[in-house]
Design a protein around this ligand. Structure first.
Ligand code: M6R
Length: 614
């Protein structure tokens, strides 16, 4: 993962870089560093920990210079410490590099460099790359741009890099393969970043570098864009971006995650806007309309994603199979890409990703395209790699999601999947007109029901006070609420570090029930409609073994309420829409437990928001 930033222009670089790094911390936050260049030298500082620790370390220093690069790290090679933090410097101290990605063949290159007298301070693949560039430059007496280009042609892996030569602080060279890299251009002033947010205050003219491209940036000169493979000059395509920065502030909330949970009544309306045309009884999905025949004639659909997006995919499977009667396979992107999947020409592959930058999902997308499939994307981040590279797709419009734990993006993904299923089901008459109308009407008011569900927060806080010290949690659901149980367990694990497992409730008796004792809280999704009676039996089995039940039930419930230790009442809805409601108390439970435990909810240990490495 990692976030990279750079500036080349006539302003002081330091404030641009340090503030930019704070906005990139969602990409990694185990260490950070900065290098500011001036004529004949540079100042370089790096440290283990978050960007504010770096800021503290250098707050008393006056760093002047109008060229600079910075990095916030999510460790791949080498533990998080000051030495492994970026930027990395070549043996002669002449070249300074930041890097996001992984150099897979770094070890073989390192051996060659060691044989040629190079030494290494860190355990990183990045230090190998900067020295490879130095080696090739010196050996062949090349310019820096040519040495960078030739070195990158030797690299296997993924990268976005920025490199500066000490004796030429008026120039930065950047390059991309696999990892994201954007360039903000304001006349002849350049802003480099993993995404455009850090520089959107300065310019909204953005170039998204494509894989295999490098750019030579010279102060006060035009941009020089080239192909890494053959050095061919390219025409830059500069886009004008509109981003509302207000959406990226915490406001009254302590953490972004809580703000994002509470935003859901609104984000769901944003996802539905212009798509659910309730007065006409129609559904209109822009990216879908031109390709609707492909979906209407589909024999099967494969949905691919990771983490929370994979859980949304499982819910999509249930909804599409039930409403549109199309067989659906759901795959982890990381498994799909290596399993030699059976994909035929024109098969439909839906890729789901909040960030649109997840490395495994991108690899799955590329593989599906190579096999001739029709790839449809469901993405949140506008302009992201996946959004730009699918055959067609739809944005979730949940707005920027900053908390590492995904919440509002998840409910937005489910909304899109429901709309797709309803649209296809109506066309194919696999859903009755009456039920179609009922679901559309319910969808139109679902945001109000989510607002009501959020009122459970106070009670959930009390439950959290009782259970925040336990070591294990179990989450149970059946049918469409089984993936919700998985998602609830993931939320708790990732932000509170409590071990949690999600199971289909009826699977308990095949093994996991052995875990039950009086210490283990079991969260059960026991809302009414299908399988309600069945889940009561599962609850009885747990109670018989002294397990503690935290039940999510519908308002007015009596049967489960009599059995459970704690009862969270949520509004009733159709099974097909119930994950939109039942996930809310699970998101709140995870948040409140992590908060009471004093964890950094938005930036949990070992994680990053965009997983751009495999
Ligand atoms: O950006 P994506 O939706 O592709 O990300 C996939 C997962 O990395 C992501 O959902 C992850 O599991 C979240 N931290 C879960 O809260």
């Amino acid at each position: 993962m990692c976030g990279i930033i750079g500036y080349l222009g006539n302003k002081e670089a330091y404030p641009i870089l340090i503030n930019g790094l704070k906005k990139l911390e969602y990409r990694g936050y185990d260490s950070s560093g900065i290098a500011i260049f001036y004529q004949g030298g540079y100042s370089l500082y790096k440290t283990k920990g978050k960007v504010n620790q770096l800021e503290k370390k250098i707050s008393s220093l006056k760093l002047h210079g109008t060229t600079g690069i910075g990095h916030t790290r999510w460790a791949t090679h080498g533990i998080p410490n000051d030495i492994n933090a970026h930027p990395h410097v070549s043996n002669s101290q002449e070249l300074i590099l930041i890097h996001n990605g992984i150099i897979e063949n770094y070890y073989a290159i390192k051996i060659i460099l060691l044989d040629n007298g190079f030494t290494f301070k860190s355990k990183t693949d990045t230090e190998v790359l900067v020295n490879l560039i130095e080696y090739i430059k010196k050996k062949n007496k090349l310019s820096l741009e040519e040495a960078v280009r030739i070195s990158l042609n030797e690299i296997i892996g993924a990268y976005s890099i920025a490199i500066v030569e000490k004796s030429h602080p008026e120039r930065i060279i950047i390059a991309k393969l696999g990892s994201p890299l954007t360039l903000g251009i304001n006349k002849k002033e350049f802003f480099i970043a993993s995404d455009p947010i850090p520089f959107i205050n300065y310019t909204n003219n953005v170039l998204y570098l494509k894989d295999g491209e490098m750019a030579i940036l010279n102060k006060n000169k035009e941009l020089d864009l080239r192909k890494i493979r053959n050095n061919h000059k390219l025409n830059p395509i500069i886009k004008e971006l509109q981003i509302n920065l207000k959406k990226i502030e915490k406001g009254e909330y302590k953490y972004f995650m809580l703000k994002e949970i509470y935003e859901q009544p609104k984000t769901i309306l944003d996802t539905l806007r212009g798509r659910l045309l309730i007065t006409d009884g129609l559904i209109y999905i822009d990216g879908f309309e031109l390709n609707k025949d492909i979906f209407f004639n589909a024999k099967c659909i494969t949905i691919v994603g990771c983490g929370t997006s994979w859980h949304a995919s499982l819910i999509g499977e249930y909804i599409l199979e039930n409403i549109a009667r199309i067989p659906v396979e759901v795959e982890y992107a990381s498994e799909f890409r290596y399993k030699n999947p059976i994909v035929k020409k024109k098969d439909i592959i839906i890729v789901i990703s909040q960030s649109g930058e997840t490395a495994d999902t991108i690899a799955a997308l590329k593989l599906a395209k190579k096999k001739g499939a029709f790839v449809f994307g469901i993405c949140n981040v506008v302009g992201s790699y996946i959004a730009r590279n699918v055959d067609a797709g739809v944005y979730t419009h949940a707005g920027p999601e900053i908390g590492v734990a995904s919440t509002k993006a998840f409910t937005a993904q489910i909304i899109i999947l429901i709309l797709l299923a309803l649209k296809i089901g109506k066309h194919k008459s696999t859903i009755t007109d009456d039920f179609y109308k009922k679901l559309c009407t319910e969808l139109n008011y679902i945001s109000d029901k989510i607002s009501l569900t959020l009122k459970t927060d106070k009670y959930i806080k009390n439950i959290s006070k009782i259970y925040h010290k336990v070591n294990n949690f179990i989450y149970l659901g059946r049918g469409i609420n089984f993936p919700v149980a998985l998602e609830g367990a993931l939320k708790l694990k990732e932000i509170s570090y409590i071990h949690a497992e999600g199971y289909p409730a009826a699977e308990m008796k095949h093994g996991p029930i052995a875990l039950i004792d009086e210490k283990i809280p079991v969260v059960v999704l026991a809302t009414k409609k299908k399988l309600y009676e069945k889940i009561i039996v599962n609850i009885q089995e747990i109670k018989a073994r002294n397990g503690k039940i935290i039940a999510i039930v519908n308002e007015g419930d009596i049967q489960v309420s009599m059995l459970a230790d704690h009862v969270i009442y949520v509004p009733e809805t159709y099974d097909e829409l119930s994950p939109l409601i039942t996930i809310i108390p699970l998101q709140l439970l995870a948040y409140q437990i992590a908060f009471i435990r004093g964890e950094n909810v938005d930036q949990p240990r070992n994680l990053a928001k965009s997983v751009t490495v495999e």
